[in-house]
Ligand binder design. Structure first.
Ligand code: ADP
Length: 294
């Protein structure tokens, strides 16, 4: 099982002619509400990949439909608390030029409690993975609690908080970062420098670095492996990283080798970038198998 302690958002998408200006009231050409949040996207990817995923999180009492949607994807939602605070949300202005401007409100995602997290982690089995991103409260505390219990800890520090991340790295078994996060964490301004600096600064750490259309690289004190991305026509890269993480951890939690997990995760995220949207663009395990067989 993968226990994903993560954000759940409702994204409000407004198609606009231009970003609203100070003092302006402007009509939107269209409106769409979609499930979002890195936590929720990664849970959907884990479930679609065929993994067992228990999501720990919180939404507003009135938003049971969001929980039902996650459940529909096969996510275990029994540890999503219903609270009084607003569900985390993003207000997204999208222009015809595909530019966006986003207001993010963490809301219920910052209402996790240590007692609840400890209770869930206390029921975990040896060999289970605990996955975290950086869109909830109690991130550092949860990582340390999971490690104390001897569970496998995967951390995707997005959005990056270098100080927090550096302070918990000794309790992380697998760090998953994209290029920007890797450079921020290493305190350098090129990806080449980051791949030199990270192992130097954190010799014990195992790192999965996703490199967009250049694929992915994994390095630890024992290994250094790369898998190229699959060549596809990219339409919308939203949720590519979340798809990668979900498929990779679903495989690792079921005993696959890192190399096998990386290949399936690259295939899954390649399919994801050919489709519009977040959760709906994440493929199923079967689609990934067919993609790899062709
Ligand atoms: P994030 O979306 O978090 O920034 P990346 O851009 O590194 O993450 O993408 C994650 C993974 O998605 C990559 O490792 C790669 O396998 C896949 N991917 C991303 N962009 C493309 C692309 N244009 N073509 C094929 N695969 C891609």
């Amino acid at each position: 099982t993968v226990i994903n302690i993560g954000s759940i958002n409702i994204d409000h998408l407004y198609q606009v002619e231009h970003f609203v200006r100070p003092g302006e009231t402007m009509a939107s050409n269209s409106y769409q509400q979609v499930l979002g949040g890195k936590g929720a996207n990664q849970s959907v990817a884990l479930a679609k990949a065929g993994g067992m995923v228990l999501h720990v999180g919180a939404v507003n009492r009135a938003d049971g439909h969001i929980v039902a949607q996650l459940q529909g994807y096969g996510v275990d939602t029994t540890q999503i608390n219903m609270v009084d605070q607003a569900t985390g949300h993003a207000i997204i202005q999208l222009t015809n030029e595909a530019e966006n401007a986003i207001i993010l409100y963490a809301g219920a995602n910052h209402q996790l409690t240590q007692a609840h997290i400890d209770e869930v982690l206390g029921q975990a089995q040896t060999g289970d993975w605990v996955l975290l991103q950086n869109e909830t409260n109690l991130v550092g505390e949860s990582i340390c609690a999971a490690k104390r219990l001897g569970l496998n800890v995967a951390f995707n520090p997005a959005p990056m908080d270098a100080e927090l991340t550096r302070s918990v790295l000794s309790n992380v078994d697998l760090l998953i970062v994209n290029e920007v996060e890797a450079m921020d964490l290493a305190g350098v301004d090129s990806i080449e420098a980051a791949t030199v600096e990270l192992p130097k600064q954190f010799p014990e750490l195992a790192v999965l670095m996703t490199l967009g259309k250049a694929g992915v690289r994994y390095f630890s004190s024992e290994a250094d492996e790369s898998v190229p991305a699959f060549t596809v026509e990219a339409r919308d890269t939203t949720a590519a990283g979340d798809t990668f993480i979900g498929f990779c951890l679903a495989e690792l939690s079921q005993g696959a080798t890192m190399k096998h997990a990386m290949i399936r995760a690259c295939a899954a995220s390649a399919i994801c970038v050919t489709k519009m949207g977040a959760a709906p663009s994440i493929p199923t395990a079967q689609e990934v198998t067919e993609f790899l067989d062709q």
